[in-house]
Design a protein around this ligand. Structure first.
Ligand SMILES: Cc1ncc(COP(=O)(O)O)c(C=O)c1O
Length: 502
């Protein structure tokens, strides 16, 4: 005889729809207040101190339910006091999209629905939306019909997935069965300017840092294709096995776009996998205004771009695309006896949990999808082009100011410049001091909380870098950045300049 069902706990976790609504409305009030105050009333960043942040937000998990007033007071502290705001108009740091308003709401629906987008049977609508979206992106990027992909967490993961596929296809032996034992050194080529996550991926994949060749760049920070060909030749002579070139469509530091078409030719000639890291530039590549800058991107075997960068959608969401998505199952699928692959027996859709490293997966496509539906593609294109125009405006402002030096010409929506006191402009011995001075300006800008750029290192020198992937940013932010750089630069120069340079 089965024993009787144990009594249910006194306090139930399953809130009724009325309670859900009340809790949700309180959260919505806070979020709407945040959206209202963000452009006007909140600083882009505060001078956060580690201990003070910990004291403010790390509370003990209670044994009994916390009072709602206390929860929302805590969430107010998190939201309105102890965070940095990529959606603030003055945020021009890193490459971190502003976060679309409809995307945030869609995230609530996605979490509420709680689909497991690893399996079609567990997430029919979610899987189909994700597939449809990925294929729409693939078509916009010029990939042929049949290309497809999915949403993953970020550009780092896209590079890891792309290089895993490259290793599988081009190693020349069964890496899944035999690992890397005994084979020649596999080699991946990428430019000196590409993102560090390419190295990270090759290290995770067991190629080691010796398996990456950082190819030098030309004056515009684009991969030097002659140097690429020479590096491949040298590796072949040494008995290594070249497997892949990673081209970058919009480098992190300066927004440079590698000569993708020429790299695709090299890949074809040497039978190499062509992976394109378009984490930043991919959204621009899809626009009528800027698409022509990315010739050759459509020849990628695998590629990815980050909607959470330049489609402004909330973190995290990157799109991984493969020219031949059938290969993904071959690379990633495992046979698990507890999974019934309905697709194989009844013709239902794909199980994305077999097409990449993730198994249970969230409905990360919805925030991107709803943002596109709510705004439409044309306003998106116009705004992306406007971000580029703002970067150009900043470049012109910096050119006009005698104490500012443009370090790299505006490319996509990135401009880099630095503060150089007039009398130090041509003094080589001032280079170390100029780095210190500009680092100090960057720190002061950050603690000042008025406008937030980030840094870049250009030809070995510290530069101030602004990147606009923010639909709230306008020209006044650029004016402010220039005015603050000049003001702080002059102050710091008075305080810091060593006797030897006076
Ligand atoms: C060119 C490029 N690739 C990859 C990445 C990593 O992307 P994520 O931070 O989304 O993982 C970045 C991040 O800025 C990037 O600029």
């Amino acid at each position: 005889m089965p024993r009787p069902v144990p009594p249910a706990p006194e306090v139930a976790l399953n809130w009724s729809s009325d309670v859900a609504r009340d809790f949700g409305e309180a959260a919505l009030d806070l979020w709407a207040e945040f959206v209202e105050r963000l452009p006007s009333d909140l600083p882009v960043v505060r001078d956060h101190e580690l201990d003070q942040v910990r004291d403010a937000v790390c509370i003990d998990v209670p044994d009994e339910a916390m009072a709602w007033d206390d929860i929302f007071s805590h969430l107010r502290t998190v939201t309105l006091e102890e965070s940095v705001y990529p959606g603030h108009p003055s945020f021009v740091a890193y490459i971190s999209g502003a976060g679309t308003v409809p995307g945030a709401v869609a995230d609530l629906i996605a979490s509420g629905l709680n689909q497991n987008v690893g399996g079609w049977r567990l997430s029919p609508a979610a899987t189909e939306i994700e597939r449809h979206l990925a294929e729409w992106f693939a078509a916009k990027l010029g990939l042929p019909a049949g290309s497809s992909g999915y949403i993953t967490t970020g550009g780092a993961n896209v590079n890891l997935i792309g290089l895993t596929v490259a290793r599988h296809v081009k190693a020349g032996w069964d890496v899944r069965a035999d690992g890397l034992r005994g084979g020649p050194q596999l080699v991946v080529y990428t430019s000196s300017e590409s993102h560090d996550t390419v190295d990270r991926a090759t290290q995770i994949l067991g190629l080691g840092s010796r398996g990456v060749r950082r190819i030098r760049v030309d004056d515009e920070y684009r991969m030097d294709v002659k140097a690429l060909v020479e590096a491949i030749k040298q590796d072949l002579i040494r008995g290594h096995r070249p497997i892949c070139v990673v081209g970058t469509a919009g480098t992190t530091g300066t927004g440079a776009i590698d000569p993708l078409d020429e790299i695709a030719d090299v890949c074809k000639a040497h039978d190499l996998w062509f992976h394109v890291d378009a984490a930043y530039g991919g959204a621009a590549a899809m626009t009528d205004q800027l698409g022509h800058l990315f010739k050759g991107i459509e020849r990628a075997d695998t590629m990815g771009f980050d909607p959470h960068k330049w489609l402004y959608t909330p973190i995290a969401g990157a799109c991984f695309l493969a020219r031949d998505p059938r290969i993904l199952r071959e690379v990633f699928a495992v046979d698990a006896s507890y999974i019934i692959e309905q697709g194989d027996v009844d013709g239902s859709g794909r199980n994305v949990g077999y097409m990449g490293p993730g198994f249970s997966r969230q409905f990360g496509a919805l925030k991107i999808w709803v943002s596109l539906l709510a705004h439409g593609w044309k306003p998106y294109q116009d705004r992306i082009a406007h971000d580029v125009a703002l970067a150009k405006y900043l470049e012109e402002l910096a050119e006009y100011e005698p104490q500012l030096e443009v370090m790299t010409p505006q490319s996509l929506s990135i401009t880099t410049f630095r503060f150089v006191p007039l009398d130090l402009a041509y003094r080589e011995e001032a280079s170390v001091y100029l780095d210190e001075l500009n680092e100090s300006i960057l720190h002061s800008l950050e603690s000042g909380g008025k406008v937030l750029p980030s840094n870049a290192v250009v030809r070995g020198s510290v530069a101030i870098r602004a990147c606009v992937v923010n639909f709230r940013t306008e020209g006044d932010t650029m004016d402010l950045l220039v005015a603050e750089t000049l003001r702080i630069g002059r102050l710091r120069d008075d305080e810091m300049r060593p006797e030897s340079l006076r």
